[in-house]
Write a protein that binds this ligand. Structure first.
Ligand code: SF4
Ligand code: SF4
Length: 337
């Protein structure tokens, strides 16, 4: 693991700049062509996915000489993975993973960003990446939900940081719990014992903090004997499903996004839609790849379609494709093949 693992990928970059734009096969107009928020703002190659790979490759060769400008480039990436999707239309290489590893290297070398340090300080203190108001499980008061840390349940509903503490989003958590109750699901929440999945910390480069969170979560899940985790938190979904697996922490845990789980309940006849709705509900798209989703529940033989890549493709190292592929689910919906 580490940046060295991606030396070949970074050196493979041919500086074609495709990672700055929506793939040519999909773009529908000049006004929609830009895909990378970083290069769109800074308009200098170093701020693109390819630029970051070029810098990473050079630093592996010449040594890590940190400057303010270099750190500005490292931390002004949104980690959205769009560059990797565009690049992979032509190139068989990782883009987001080395960018993430570069950031991890910066954190390991003590070159952190003050704003992110603040978020991580909150995570270490409160187990949350958002400001904490009240207790984490307060949103569930009056719903008579099972405490998964004390009672045996089939399903753990992982609510996530923002939904736990944001007054408006708490309505979503309540509505979700009511739907699960209506379907007769034997589920519980961890309430005040719930802690952040750690996925956001990983994207910020704080790998050790991610691992701390992941181990805490998996210890609680194993102790509770839970076999399935359901979440509406896109970041938590990617962490539980992809990152925990990447670090051999997931075991046989089934991880489903709430939209997948509700779809399953409807197909099993445990829920019905009631009156027909013609509106389309906005959802936070889970950032999980076609490949990974196809191993979980996707409905009757349905698979999310990728962008033309094999969803089961593996790196020669045998490591499962994770973060950059993880965005394919998002893009495959935006640009269906
Ligand atoms: S990262 Fe991929 S798309 Fe971007 S410049 Fe390099 S080879 Fe081209
Ligand atoms: S991850 Fe997103 S912001 Fe970062 S270089 Fe790639 S496209 Fe740009």
């Amino acid at each position: 693991m580490g940046l060295e693992q991606y030396k070949g990928d970074m050196e493979m970059c041919c500086r074609c700049s495709a990672c700055k734009f929506i793939p040519m096969q999909r773009v529908s107009g000049l006004q929609y062509a830009n895909v990378c928020p970083s290069i769109s703002k800074y308009n200098f190659h170093s701020y693109s996915g390819g630029g970051r790979l070029n810098i990473g490759a050079a630093m592996l060769k010449e040594g890590f000489n940190y400057t303010d400008r270099l750190l500005d480039i490292v931390y002004n990436c949104q980690m959205c993975g769009a560059c990797g999707v565009s690049c992979n239309y032509a190139m068989d290489m990782e883009v987001l993973e080395p960018i993430n590893e570069f950031r991890i290297k910066c954190v390991e070398d003590g070159k952190t960003h003050p704003a992110l340090d603040k978020v991580i300080a909150g995570l270490r203190k409160h187990g949350s990446t958002v400001p904490v108001t009240g207790k984490r499980g307060d949103w569930a008061s009056g719903l008579n939900l099972k405490d998964a840390t004390k009672e045996k349940v089939d399903v753990l509903y992982h609510v996530g940081c923002l939904t736990s503490y944001d007054k408006n989003l708490q309505k979503l958590a309540k509505a979700t719990a009511k739907i699960l109750q209506k379907a007769g699901v034997d589920f519980g929440i961890a309430g005040d014992a719930e802690t952040c999945s750690g996925g956001r910390a990983y994207q910020m480069g704080y790998k050790e903090d991610f691992l701390t969170q992941a181990k805490k979560n998996m210890a609680m899940i194993k102790k509770a004997g839970v076999k399935t985790v359901v979440t509406a938190c896109a970041d938590g979904y990617q962490a539980f499903k992809v990152l925990y697996d990447k670090f051999d922490l997931k075991g046989g845990l089934e991880v489903l996004h709430i939209s997948e789980y509700i779809d399953k309940l409807m197909r099993d006849g445990r829920l019905n839609r009631g009156r027909k709705s013609t509106s389309r509900s906005p959802t936070m798209t889970p950032a999980v790849s076609a490949g990974w989703v196809s191993r979980g529940y996707t409905g009757k033989g349905k698979r999310f379609r990728g962008t033309g890549l094999s969803s089961t493709r593996r790196r020669s190292t045998g490591e499962a494709r994770t973060a950059s592929m993880s965005r394919l689910g998002m893009f495959s919906r935006a640009f269906p093949v």
